[in-house]
Design a protein around this ligand. Sequence first.
Ligand code: ADP
Ligand code: MG
Length: 353
Amino acid sequence: MEPKPIHRLADEVVNRVAAGEVIHRPASALKEILENSLDAGATSIVVTVKDGGNKLLQVTDNGCGIREADLPILCERHTTSKLSKFEDLSAMSTFGFRGEALASISFVANLTVTTMTRGATHALKASYCDGALDGGGARPCAGNPGTTITVENLFYNVPTRRKALKSPHEEFAKVLDVVQRYASSRTDVAFTCRKHGEARPSLHCAVTPHRIDRLRAIYGSQVARELTPMTLTGDADGDGDRAAEYSVDALVSTAGYHSRRTTFILFINDRLVECAPLRRACEAVYSAILPKAEKPFAYLSLRLPPHTLDVNVHPTKREVAFLRQDEVVERVQRALERRLVEANGSRTFAVGA
Ligand code: ADP
Ligand code: MG
C-alpha cells in the first residue's frame, strides 16, 4: 500500500481529542472541579446538578478565588498555579498539576467562572470557549469570596460522547458518588449536592472531626453501625528507615453488614484512586466470610511517602503506581482478615453506634 502523507492536526482537533481523555462524563468533570476547590482551600462546597449534569453542573466553593490577572489564561491548556518544575511532580501535595481540567472542559462545554478573592470589592464573571476568555473579558458582579464554576451543555460539540451518556438518573448517581467519596475523605470540608430545583439536597454534611460520623451522614446509620476501624503501618521502600513508612487507616464492614453491592472507597495520599489488586484482595477476604450475595463496605486511606508514589500514570489520575505494591496489598489483606476475625469474636467493637 502507498503511504499517506503526514500532516499536522489543527489545534482545535488536538484540544478536543485531549479533552476527551480527561472528561468522559459529568462525573469526571465534577471530579476535576471538586479537586480544584479543595486545592483552593475551600471548607464548603456546594454542587448543583441539572439533568444528571448533562445540562448543568455548578460548583460553588469558598476557597481562595482566582486573581483577576490570571483570568485571561485560566482555561488555556497547561496553565497552572501548582506545578512549576518537573521535579516538583515527585512531591505534589495538590490534586492538580497539569493545567488540563478547565481547558478540557472549555473545549467540550460552555464554561462560566465567577470568582472573588478575599478583600476584593466585587466578584468577576468570565465565560470561556475553546480555551479562550470570551471577547468581552471578565465583568464585575456581586458575589462572595470563592469561586463558582458553571458547566453547561456538556459535549454540545461532541455528538458521539453525548449519545454515549446514560440517562440523567444514572449520570446523577455517578456525580453523587464522586461527591460522596470526597466527602468521606475530607471531613474538614462541608459538602452539599442537590438536584437543580429541589429544595432538599441529596447530600448534605457538615464538618466533623470523626470519619464515622461523616460516613453515617453520607451512607446512613445502618452502614455506620457495622463499620470497624482498621489501622496498619509498614516499611514503604524496604530500607528500614522510619521516615519511609506507609500507613493504612480504614473503616471496614463486619459480617453484620448487608448489601447487594460492594462499596470500596480508596484514597492514596488523599487522592481518590482505584487499585484493582487491593480491591480484589479485600473482596477475597470478605467472600470467605460473607454469604454469596452479601457485599462489603470499605473505606481505606493509604498514606505513602511521596517518593514511593507516581501520580502521573493515568490521564484522569484514577490510577497511581507505588513501590512494593504486592507487599502492601498482602499486608492489608492479612490485617483485614485478622480484624474481621476479631470483630466476629466480640461484637463489642461497635464504633459510635
Ligand atoms: P490544575 O488544577 O492542574 O492546575 P486546572 O485546569 O484544573 O489545572 O486549573 C487551572 C488553575 O485554575 C489552577 O491551577 C488554579 O490556579 C485555578 N483554579 C481552578 N479552579 C479554582 C478554584 N475553584 N479556586 C481557585 N482557583 C482555581
Ligand atoms: Mg485541577
